[in-house]
Design a protein around this ligand. Structure first.
Ligand SMILES: C[S@@+](CC[C@H](N)C(=O)[O-])C[C@H]1O[C@@H](n2cnc3c(N)ncnc32)[C@H](O)[C@@H]1O
Length: 200
């Protein structure tokens, strides 16, 4: 009788079958999902901002608010979340350097995966705290945060930005700056989008 013992390495299919048989696959998936959830919750509590993406109509309104004759060299998206606006900015301004900053590891990782499918050579995605980043070369800054971080962000922008740099904030205003234009987006609970110029 022929020897039935195989010397071949187990295939991925066999391995997954074994894991399913022993209930390990479900346990591993559950552990990964739990860690993802805990990570998102931890960073939401830490920054005070959930990784909630901008509504598509808000995204359109943001682009309408950028002056038509404006050719930014360096653009920052502060808290880029899952990357929707950052990838759009990089596509709209191929000659600009677009720097997207995100502290929360899960959305940041999704942006990195997204980059494999949506190539944007002018887009940099950094994991970090934008309050600790140097924004001094920004011509255009965009953010969609919450009320609480806006005062700290305003201080940061006053310190870092060159006079005249364009700042667009979605839904939440900078407390002491006077916007040069405000657009309301009826499709997104009448959210306001604000455009400012950094003071001289
Ligand atoms: C409401 S989401 C907006 C996502 C994206 N900008 C958009 O409009 O679709 C805000 C993101 O900012 C991130 N964030 C908040 N504070 C931050 C900080 N200090 N540094 C980096 N990222 C921050 C949060 O983790 C969250 O993912």
């Amino acid at each position: 009788m022929a020897d039935q013992t195989s010397t071949q390495a187990p295939s991925l299919g066999n391995l997954v079958g074994e894991l399913i048989d022993h209930g390990m696959l479900e346990a591993s998936l559950f552990a990964v999902l739990l860690l993802v959830g805990i990570s998102i919750l931890y960073y939401t509590l830490r920054t005070g901002v959930p990784p909630m993406p901008s509504h598509p109509s808000v995204r359109k309104a943001v682009f309408r608010l950028i002056p038509g004759d404006f050719s930014p060299v360096t653009i920052y998206e502060l808290g880029c979340g899952w990357g929707g606006i950052a990838f759009d900015l990089a596509a709209r301004y191929p000659a600009a350097r677009v720097v997207a900053i995100e502290l929360s590891p899960v959305p940041w990782f999704v942006c990195q995966i997204r980059r494999l499918f949506q190539r944007r050579l002018n887009l940099e995605i950094h994991r970090g705290d934008f309050l600790k980043s140097d924004l001094s070369d920004a011509d255009l800054v965009f953010c969609y945060l919450m009320v609480a971080p806006m005062r700290g962000l305003q201080r940061k922008l006053v310190n870092d930005l060159q006079p005249g740099a364009v700042v667009i904030t979605s839904t939440f205003a900078l407390p002491d700056w006077k916007p040069e234009e405000v657009n309301t987006v009826p499709e997104s609970m009448s959210a306001n989008i604000y455009r400012y110029r950094a003071p001289g």
